[in-house]
Write a protein that binds this ligand. Sequence first.
Ligand code: ADP
Length: 396
Amino acid sequence: MKKILVLNSGSSSIKFKLFDMDRGEKVLCSGLIERIGEKEARFKLKFGDKKLEKSIDIKDHAHGLSVLQEEMKRENILKSFQELGGVGHRVVHGGEYFDKAVLIDDSVLEKIEELSPLAPLHNPVNLLGIKAIFKQHPNIPQVAVFDTAFHQTIDKKTFMYALPYEYYEKEKIRRYGFHGTSHHFVMQKAAEVLQKDTNKINLITLHLGNGDSATAVKEGKSIDTSMGFTPLEGLVMGTRCGDLDPAIVFYLSKKLGLNIEELDKILNKKSGLKGICGDNDMREIEKRASQGDEKAKLALEVFCYRIKKYIGAYTVTIGKVDAIVFTGGIGENSSLVREMVCIGLEDSIGAKLDTEKNQKNELIISKNDSKIKILVIPTDEEFEIANQTYNEVANR
Ligand code: ADP
């Protein structure tokens, strides 16, 4: 019973990955069901060196999971879901209830549901996957792994917004932080690389992908993070603005007559890198910048400057930083972004980038005598979910 299925359920999609935790955490298969509920859903499965892709009608998430089970059986990956040791679900919002992964029972289901107003696009659809498995296989243990859980160690002075207190008490408005599964995963990997106990490690972890966030880790715990009440705050992202003077929203509303929905769309979907230069794919932005495109160069500069500002703030907050960790699609691959972020850090905080190692995407990209190490660690959120699920099931 060491096989763990990881599910990430979206509104019309289910991403899945099956791990065998007994065999060196081997990935048995992975894939995606897209366009659930539409005329022709797409089913994509990868196993070994084989790929399978087909269009089938899938009416809802429960149906999608039945199809997944059948396909796994047909391809001799798994006889039935009954072979699973557990199912781990990515759940976006755990609010103040959950500071770690949790075995799902009725009361956990209720709480995830209760938190839905805080993550209306995510928690309700995350629940669809959980409920579908419960219905078909009530005896399989299921575990919820929350994006917010790792950041529940952030203290009150840090998570409070300076708003009327009742909004915290009644509306639950505070910093929650997201990407916690990724920050936690790279924190553990960094501890291995630096040969330190996780409870002694101090880091600034930078998850740079389509969504971007920075976390200050002290003694293995998150003590501050850049995303806030929602994943809109903090760093500049692909299409999200990150930190903003809230008065801009009132001003735009009055001046251009924009309503709340339009403003929401502008801040979440039309801002960030895309807002500044029209592109949100970093590879494209780098290409345009290298050809002298001014807006692409500016987007890169704004993106990297914001990260640098957070590094400065978190260095002071943490005290003694062991390492800065880059992860996510951009953090793992863009030597240019890493270089732009690290320029000047040698003089200010003693983090010396080795440009050659950086170019080669090495694991440790700082110079040997750098006071603060700089690391590139590929994230693996699915594995982290599988691992936490496995541990929760084993500790039942
Ligand atoms: P998500 O947050 O959706 O999981 P990823 O972590 O996959 O996204 O990151 C996507 C971002 O990574 C995109 O901006 C993409 O351009 C960027 N990226 C991927 N590979 C490279 C590369 N080789 N150089 C620069 N940027 C890259």
